[in-house]
Design a protein around this ligand. Structure first.
Ligand SMILES: Cc1ncc(COP(=O)(O)O)c(C=O)c1O
Length: 366
């Protein structure tokens, strides 16, 4: 698929990611009014596939906004006064800040950047924290590439705070790694379109538990656009959305959900693991150590430390050769680089990109 000099470069950044031509074609279908039967049929087509993606029999829906909006909705609708947010990098810290900016007391269970989430430490901290209405954490900290065991953390939270709602950011793992909303007892899960779903940015998918919606009905000041009660009622009963949705992105989502089911989620997860191992071997061979320790390596996003290596030049030369990688995120800029090997990238295309990276590194004297 990729050729040196191709423009725009193939995106291996941790989102937005490469979008297949078939999906771009689906976006080009005629835009229709959002109160038409065509739109209702589209929502009806998406709904059961979304439930299968999240593995839930409860509620799941699409919002016409990126994942951060769902962070805000989870806190506004599920928390009246006090919640806890586990942090281990830029995005989880962003979710905690979202809670604070919505005026909710936010207890931080803080880990260092690059650390994976240790369930035992979370359990201990939450036992000391006093009652919280919800606990949020990020399954894959895209800023550091730390991937945590979602089920083990859910179990730990349940033991420490049995009444707290469980919020999980699955932004850079959903459709790239196993996820079981009902079985793991999650109350809100959210993911953006531009990551493992391999769609253009602009929408997010969420799953909501009955328990969450029961609580949300009692919460005052949920706001308008991200009021999950309004969103879930319209989605479940009318197969519609309260405000004008991103109609053409819904076409693309419907198409992609079907394509992922044809591939099979298990096969998709294996493909992501295969690409993780390949990137790992390649980076080790070049002396770029993983920024995160075992067992927290991510199946979807690699983050490799580059100590003293001119990462900006490497990235610029890769772009000239048709492939875009990412510099380190936030305070890791210049100290690490990131590869998003998720979505619809294939191992063969990865080999192609790594062969080019080998050549670029050789020319840089590495
Ligand atoms: C783990 C994680 N959570 C949340 C976000 C924010 O998502 P969005 O940019 O779709 O609002 C990102 C974005 O990269 C992310 O990686």
């Amino acid at each position: 698929m990729s050729f040196p000099g191709e423009f725009p470069p193939r995106m291996w950044i941790p989102g937005p990611t490469y979008v297949r031509p078939e999906i771009l074609a689906a976006l080009g279908r005629p835009t229709v009014g959002h109160r038409t039967s065509i739109m209702t049929e589209l929502v009806k087509s998406i709904a059961p596939k979304l439930q299968r993606l999240f593995k839930t029999r409860q509620h799941s829906l699409v919002i016409s906004a990126s994942g951060s909006a769902a962070w805000e909705g989870s806190v506004r609708c599920g928390v009246e006064k006090r919640w806890a947010c586990v942090t281990n990098g830029s995005f989880s810290e962003g979710w905690a800040r979202t809670g604070e900016s919505c005026g909710r007391e936010t207890v931080k269970v803080a880990f260092e950047w690059g650390e994976g989430l240790d369930p035992q430490r979370i359990e201990e901290q939450l036992r000391k924290a006093g009652p919280v209405e919800a606990v949020g954490f990020v399954s894959n900290e895209t800023s550091t590439g730390a991937y945590s065991d979602v089920k083990a953390i859910c179990d730990a939270v349940r033991r420490a705070q049995p009444d707290a709602l469980l919020f999980v950011d699955a932004v850079s793992t959903l459709a790239g790694a196993p996820f079981e909303f009902d079985a793991w007892g999650i109350d809100v899960a959210l993911a953006s379109s531009q990551k493992c779903l391999a769609l253009p940015p602009g929408i997010a998918v969420v799953a909501l538990s009955d328990r969450f919606l029961d609580k949300a009905r009692t919460v005052q000041g949920r706001g308008y656009y991200m009021d999950f009660i309004h969103l879930a009622d319209d989605w479940d009963k009318q197969h519609q959305t309260p405000a004008t949705p991103a109609v053409n992105l819904f076409y693309a989502l419907d198409e992609q959900l079907s394509a992922m089911e044809r591939e099979g989620y298990e096969a998709r997860f294996v493909r992501h693991r295969t690409m993780m191992e390949r990137v790992d071997g390649w980076a080790n061979r070049h002396g770029f150590p993983s920024f995160v320790a075992e067992p927290y390596r991510s199946p979807t996003t690699a983050n490799r430390a580059t100590k003293g290596f001119d990462i900006a030049t490497f990235i610029a030369r890769m772009i000239e050769r048709g492939h875009e990688l990412s510099n380190g995120y936030g305070k890791l800029k210049g100290h690490a680089f990131r590869i998003g090997h998720f979505g619809d990238h294939s191992p063969i295309e990865l080999e192609n990109m790594l062969a080019i990276a080998d050549d670029v590194l050789r020319r840089m004297g590495r």
